[in-house]
Design a protein around this ligand. Structure first.
Ligand code: SF4
Ligand code: SF4
Ligand code: FES
Length: 264
């Protein structure tokens, strides 16, 4: 007999676009922080968690698979395998046992990119010596919800290939799941961020348009606009946002310009 058959469905607590249970959806059991909940199928883990009555104070940001705030570990009942995903992207399935990892204590040493004490590779060795203790187990690669070959970018870092490591790690959303499972205790994602910063500062040519924009920001070009914005009410801001000029989908890069150019 299905032990969940007579379970009373819980009342959805979340509103708006956070939880929209599909009409007549089948209810499935999941386990959040060790407690069982019946939720409609097709919800993401994030929406299922809200449906179950939890309110996110941390561990939720973009809801679109970009910010990495919602790294999640889960197992299926009776299955040995520990799985990972982003809560906002992974659809909840029956008998998932879920825990979210909204933050992972990683190695984040202080450094000043403008004043390196050694060559970039030596700086990597000084700040992140554990990177060189990678045992090549591949757990990080199997863990990454972005399908990044984490072990490979660590190997490239060890070889001093800043460009290769930067490109390979570019899609990292900083969820920290790889570091949570590394037997060598490497914080792969913060080390990779350091390497991308080194690559951006010392190897890549400066982007002229970015240089101009930074100069304009530093010269205070946008302060007046910011000041005007901060004085507006929430309703005025909503109106401005919904009525803003938008770039049409599928525009050729560099072709579209807004009609209002005074803030560019
Ligand atoms: S490399 Fe690590 S921190 Fe980055 S997305 Fe993959 S698992 Fe998350
Ligand atoms: S989990 Fe750690 S030790 Fe294993 S391959 Fe990845 S970085 Fe290396
Ligand atoms: S909430 Fe941003 S990646 Fe999930």
């Amino acid at each position: 007999m299905d032990k969940h058959k007579n379970k009373k469905p819980i009342k959805p607590l979340a509103t708006g676009d956070k939880t929209i249970p599909p009409e007549g959806a089948k209810m499935i059991p999941i386990y959040i922080m060790g407690r069982e909940y019946m939720i409609p199928e097709t919800l993401t883990i994030m929406k299922a968690t809200e449906y179950a009555g939890y309110q996110y104070m941390r561990g939720c940001g973009c809801r679109g698979g970009i910010c990495g705030a919602c790294g999640t570990f889960y197992r299926f009942l009776g299955d040995y395998k520990l799985r990972t995903g982003l809560a906002c992207q992974t659809v909840a399935q029956p008998n998932m046992v879920i825990v979210q990892l909204p933050f992972f204590p990683s190695n984040r040493p202080n450094y000043n990119l403008g004043k390196l004490e050694n060559s970039p590779h030596e700086e990597l060795r000084r700040l992140y010596p554990e990177v060189f203790k990678c045992v090549g187990c591949g757990t990080c690669t199997r863990t990454c919800p972005m399908d990044i070959d984490v072990m490979d970018y660590i190997a490239l870092m060890k070889r001093g290939d800043l460009k290769g490591a930067s490109i390979k790690s570019f899609d990292c959303v900083m969820c920290g799941l790889c570091a949570a499972r590394c037997p060598a205790q490497i914080s792969q994602f913060t080390a990779a961020m350091f390497v991308r910063r080194l690559y951006g500062k010392y190897v890549l040519p400066t982007a002229e348009h970015l240089k101009k924009r930074v100069e304009a920001v530093k010269a205070g070009k946008y302060l007046k606009m910011l000041d005007e914005l901060t004085k507006k009410s929430a309703d005025e801001l909503k109106k401005l946002y919904t009525e803003r000029e938008r770039e049409p989908d599928m525009t050729e890069p560099g072709k579209w310009m807004p009609k209002e150019t005074k803030y560019l």
